[in-house]
Design a protein around this ligand. Structure first.
Ligand SMILES: *[C@@H]1O[C@H](CO)[C@@H](O)[C@H](O)[C@H]1NC(C)=O
Length: 344
């Protein structure tokens, strides 16, 4: 038998042999593979640094950041491999530990707040809610902003809700000044970049007879001295808390206008969220102020559409869709615990 034609059987054998070799290979050459993965890890870090224009003081800091990046990347890859309804990515926060991240990107001081009873009457109690809502489509939401390294989420949350009610009442969408709130609102819990409360921001805005525009009093991401604003661009007359721990009430409120909500955004999953419907993990230690600007259902899962203030590179172009109507009354990440909205 000189001439050989590959029979189906010998082909099958060859495939099987190759398959077995491929199974065995990783064990046979562990060192080579490890080196490869660490070099691909450092390549991913270099790519990430270039993409985000990140520079470090010296080689030591770069090495330290590279290690944090590597740990974060392992976490991100492992979560993404689980097939959860949301994805994570090595976003601009990928060289920060979760502790570092929490210190500077949040700033809601919720724990002292007295909440409104879950069955309390409120102005939207009798509103009937459609199956979905997106205030962006109605022109009531300004582009996503970026609070930077300043814990004044509370100002961004309050201002976004105010921009919403102002557009609903006047038909004009005006980007308003968070910096005016950060610099000038120093009463009560509100301490600029060191945190504050949306309700206290509303109180300040009422006493201040409104706010000026973002353009006239631009955002600086630091505590500054209060400058008397040259003109008022929008006003509010009051504010109201949504009954607490009541996602049905929150639905009625969000149907009616964008609503300030406080959430627990301290988790690693939240830090690296890049898209899909976020289902956790998170607790209910409220530490971040954001704005609910809609809701809907996707693939059978109900969600809240939430505007964040971490720039457009985070999440879904700056937004997160968070699971709605969860088993716990507080809502996912405590979203139903302390919602409120300004009135105009
Ligand atoms: C909602 O309806 C109830 C019952 O009809 C009524 O007592 C209440 O005043 C209404 N609330 C508002 C805010 O309209």
């Amino acid at each position: 038998m000189a001439a050989r034609v590959a029979s189906p059987l010998s082909c099958l054998c060859l495939c099987l042999a190759l398959f077995l070799i491929s199974l065995w290979l990783p064990f046979a050459t562990p060192r080579r593979l490890e080196e490869e993965s660490s070099s691909s890890m450092s390549a991913r870090f270099e790519q990430w640094m270039a993409l985000h224009g990140r520079q470090y003081m010296d080689a030591r800091e770069k090495e330290q950041r590279s290690q944090i990046f590597e740990e974060n990347l392992k976490f991100i890859d492992s979560v993404n491999a689980e097939g959860r309804p949301y994805k994570l990515s090595a976003n601009k926060f990928a060289d920060l530990t979760n502790d570092e991240f929490r210190v500077t990107r949040m700033g809601f001081k919720g724990h002292e707040c007295a909440a409104r009873a879950s069955d309390a009457p409120f102005m939207y109690a009798n509103v009937s809610a459609p199956t979905s809502m997106d205030w962006r489509k109605k022109g009531a939401v300004t582009p996503v902003k970026d609070q930077g390294q300043c814990g004044c989420c509370w100002a961004f949350s309050a201002v976004a809700a105010m921009e919403g009610i102002h557009q609903i009442k006047t038909g004009k969408l005006v980007s308003l000044s968070e910096q005016e709130v950060v610099d000038c609102d120093t009463k009560g819990e509100d301490q600029g970049c060191n945190g504050g409360l949306m309700d206290d921001a509303f109180k300040f805005i009422i006493n201040n007879h409104g706010l000026t525009t973002e353009a006239k009093y631009p955002y600086k991401a630091v505590d500054g001295t209060c400058k008397k604003a040259s003109s008022i661009a929008a006003t509010i007359t009051g504010y109201e808390d949504v009954p607490t721990n009541n996602e049905k009430a929150l639905l009625k409120a969000v149907t009616s206008q964008p609503v300030s909500v406080a959430i627990d955004a301290s988790g690693y999953e939240f830090q690296f969220y890049s898209g899909g419907i976020f289902t956790g993990n998170c607790g209910t230690e409220l530490d971040h102020g954001v704005t609910a600007v809609g809701y809907g259902t996707s693939g059978g899962t109900k969600y809240w559409l939430v505007k964040n203030s971490w720039g457009e590179q985070w999440g879904e172009a700056g937004y997160i869709r968070m699971q709605r109507d969860v088993a716990s009354k507080e809502g996912l990440c405590g979203i139903a615990m302390q919602p409120s909205y300004p009135t105009a």
